[in-house]
Design a protein around this ligand. Structure first.
Ligand SMILES: *Cc1c(COP(=O)(O)O)cnc(C)c1O
Ligand code: SF4
Length: 337
């Protein structure tokens, strides 16, 4: 008789909830190495990845190829020694976000949109993340930071769209999201709610019936921007989650151009084709932000532009994302190609 792992049993019983996957996420380099049958010395020790520990939940881990140290999903989460090599030009706040803060957790960098950062919990720790050094605990937040943020949104009638960002905003439970939606619905000038989340990809079970039902009842136009960097991330469960989202919203994808993950025309086209197959439109391909510890993911802008040109010459126009970079002080994200 085959021996089922704990996770298999839960999945078979149909009751593996998203919070279970967060609780049981792999946090130890040794365990990750053991699961994927890769040498533990390929990973940095616990100490050197201390300020941004390894964190990868089962559904994402399950899409990695056992024994492949170069797996494109593994590379996104694997803390390696190169992270601690100091690189000039790489800083802990590359976007100078602190300049655009209206009130704690609320950024208004671009016209008509405000970005509300719910907290620092993510469903996976992406090594290239520009928020990896973000001082979440100290940044957040007086007990009434949310009512202060809501007051600001009410006061600024130019804000038509509220963007929930993170961490990952869907790490808030359904009841909390429902309350937030109630608040936004009561603000006359807010007509769109955008949710930037990696959870539909990492733990598709997060897209619960309850969440979908509440969003479907809203007069707000809802837009999801999910975050996937490689076609291998988009398995059947993710497709089902995106179906649920599509029933109540527009679903777009943003990716980051990452060396060793998706820096080839073939890989980028495969990602776009798979996204289209599951009904998600490619939106942005981000140039990597120069954040400390992420230099090994850098693809030079010239190479990125070349990749986009090759994509455009090869495939349908709607499969080609906008290649963008955030440049502090610009009135919008700058389109590179
Ligand atoms: C990216 C971003 C937005 C949204 O920009 P779009 O081009 O509309 O997708 C809004 N606010 C901040 C702070 C952002 O970084
Ligand atoms: S899920 Fe998003 S915010 Fe969280 S670590 Fe990954 S890229 Fe960063």
């Amino acid at each position: 008789m085959a021996i089922l792992t704990k996770t298999d049993q839960l999945v078979r019983a149909g009751n593996a909830t998203w919070s279970h996957y967060l609780k049981t996420a792999v946090r130890s380099p040794a365990e990750l190495a053991d699961r994927l049958k890769i040498p533990v010395k390929a990973i940095c020790g616990d100490q050197s990845c201390g300020d941004f520990p390894l964190f990868v939940p089962e559904p994402f881990l399950g899409r990695m190829e056992v024994g492949n140290i170069n797996d494109p999903l593994l590379r996104q989460v694997l803390p390696i020694h190169q992270e601690s090599v100091v690189q000039t030009g790489y800083t802990s706040d590359p976007l100078q976000e602190s300049e655009y803060t209206l009130t704690s957790g609320l950024l208004k960098k671009y016209k008509s949109r405000a970005l509300l950062m719910l907290n620092g919990t993510c469903a996976v720790h992406c090594r290239y993340c520009f928020r990896r050094h973000f001082p979440y605990p100290s940044n957040s937040k007086s007990p009434n930071w949310m009512s202060e943020a809501l007051t600001q949104i009410k006061r600024d009638t130019s804000i038509q769209e509220v963007i929930l960002s993170g961490g990952d905003p869907l790490s808030w439970v359904d009841g909390q999201i429902e309350q937030l939606v109630d608040h936004f619905e009561a603000i006359p000038h807010v007509c769109r709610l955008r949710i930037h989340s990696r959870l539909p990809i990492v733990i598709p079970a997060r897209i619960t019936e309850r969440l979908v039902k509440r969003l479907g009842l809203s007069h707000l136009q809802v837009i999801f921007v999910v975050h996937s960097n490689h076609a291998n991330e988009l398995d059947h469960e993710v497709a089902l989650a995106c179906d649920r989202l599509k029933s109540v919203s527009t679903v777009l994808n943003q990716s980051v151009l990452l060396s060793g993950v998706n820096d080839s025309v073939e890989s980028l086209i495969a990602l776009s084709e798979r996204l289209l197959e599951i009904g998600v439109m490619p939106y942005y391909l981000h140039q990597l932000d120069a954040v400390e510890g992420a230099a090994h993911f850098l693809v030079p802008v010239e190479r990125g532009i070349e990749l986009i040109r090759e994509m455009r010459a090869t495939t349908s126009g709607f499969l080609v994302p906008r290649y963008v970079q955030e440049i502090p002080g610009e009135p919008n994200k700058v389109v590179l190609a």
